[in-house]
Design a protein around this ligand. Structure first.
Ligand code: ADP
Ligand code: GN1
Ligand code: MG
Length: 388
């Protein structure tokens, strides 16, 4: 980041109610959509009655630019975030957990600006920025090499859904329409392939064949919802492994972050997205597919953590978990492939062909999940019996 950009970020951060002295700003995380920065401030206030405001203490914040090409209504997204963080904070307090470490804390604009309670600003037209408190003493994982860690991440997501389970699904709005609608994602891929705006279609014949062979799966979840077999709940919808903060000391998953896609959805999709992102032996953009495997030990560990905490799943939800995992890997692969065909305009990339590699990795995982579906079913059956 050059100095001019850092100054610009400091000016933006200065609009929020944070201590005056910003001492550093640095990029944070590996998200594909928003831009995220760590802002470190020094508190110069001399009143040290309150420990948090001790002179020269440092406090850290997360500054984020919401991608408004992707999230068309940042105002309603921020409203969702407000509703969800309030609810999770209260649930945490009721359960005897620390709300400030269980939920994100949104940083408001100063009251004197006549913007009481508002937690975002627009800059340069459509750019929307927000800040949250950084939760110290935590980390997130990019891969789950360890079953104990992945079990804990499952527990973290399970607790998050459990805390939201008494909030009616219509308390939040859809931030991206048809986000996990596989049928729509399939149609978008076909359009991108037929339009072939970048001349890349000829190079993806085998990937297209893979998808077309599985066309009949695309309505599986839509049909279950319209047939009343799966309940709409408030769900996270982007349950990548790195969206859970783990306490450095206790190793516990304490806080679910990256709340932009929290909206009415399917709990089994949250389970499935975490599995496709974490129950594998390689990176999301692994190029050497011989190194990429679906790991049933990791699957079992996550399922154990998740099902023990999210105790209100229906039998049908539990039964459909393995199918949902396969479909999520295919859906995610289709989205990467669509973006590759359209010229890499949606997911951030740092090298040519990365979205195609990401697609191939997801399809490889889906294939392995298909071949291990019976084992997945056995694992889920035995865990759900034990958890009951
Ligand atoms: P992105 O959309 O870029 O993925 P996230 O909100 O997931 O943005 O943040 C990126 C990374 O920054 C996370 O994986 C986590 O490691 C770290 N992070 C984000 N918010 C916090 C926070 N409030 N406290 C501590 N770490 C955070
Ligand atoms: C995006 O922003 P990030 O990296 O958490 C995407 C997810 C994908 C994921 C794939 C809003 O998540 O749906 O599963 O990339 N988020 C959005 O890595 O599209
Ligand atoms: Mg994230």
């Amino acid at each position: 980041m050059n100095d001019k950009f850092i100054d610009e970020l400091a000016r933006i951060a200065g609009n929020f109610e944070i201590p005056d002295k910003i001492i550093s700003i640095a990029p944070l995380g590996k998200g594909h959509i928003n831009d995220t920065f760590l802002v470190t401030c020094r508190i110069t206030c001399r009143d040290d009655a309150n420990a948090a405001y001790r002179r020269n203490a440092e406090r850290r914040f997360v500054l984020q630019r919401i991608n408004t090409q992707v999230f068309k209504s940042p105002e309603s997204l921020m409203h969702n975030m407000f509703v969800v963080t309030e609810h999770v904070s209260k649930a945490a307090a009721n359960a005897g957990r620390d709300p400030a470490r269980t939920s994100l804390t949104m940083i408001p604009l100063p009251k004197r600006r006549g913007t009481s309670g508002v937690c975002y600003i627009f800059k340069d037209g459509n750019d929307c920025w927000r800040m949250t408190g950084f939760i110290d003493g935590t980390h997130s994982c990019e891969t789950a090499d360890d079953t104990a860690v992945f079990k804990e991440i499952g527990a973290g997501y399970g607790r998050f859904l459990m805390m939201l389970s008494d909030l009616p699904a219509d308390s939040v709005s859809e931030t991206i329409k048809d986000f996990h609608n596989a049928r729509k994602r399939y149609a978008e891929l076909m359009t991108a392939f037929n339009s072939d705006v970048c001349g890349r279609a000829a190079g993806v014949a085998s990937e297209m064949e893979f998808v077309i062979k599985r066309e009949s799966l695309m309505d599986q979840l839509n049909d279950a919802v319209s047939g009343g077999r799966l309940p709409l709940r408030i769900t996270h919808n982007d349950t990548k492994i790195n969206n859970v903060l783990i306490d450095n000391e206790t190793g516990m998953a304490i806080c679910v972050i990256d709340l932009d896609t929290v909206m009415p959805g399917l709990a089994i999709n949250d389970f499935a997205d975490a599995i496709r992102s974490g129950a594998c032996t390689g990176r999301e953009d692994e190029q050497d597919l011989s190194r990429l495997h679906f790991d049933t030990d990791l699957f079992a560990a996550f399922a154990d953590g998740f099902l023990r905490e999210f105790t209100c799943m229906t039998e049908e939800e539990i039964r459909m978990l393995p199918d949902a995992c396969v479909l999520m890997a295919i859906e995610c692969g289709m989205r990467f492939l669509t973006d590759y065909l359209q010229g890499d305009t949606y997911f951030k990339t740092d090298r040519p062909g990365q979205n195609l590699d990401r697609c191939r990795a997801q399809f490889r995982l889906a294939e392995e999940m298909e071949s291990k579906k019976d084992e997945m079913r056995r694992i889920i059956r035995s865990i759900s019996l034990m958890a009951l």
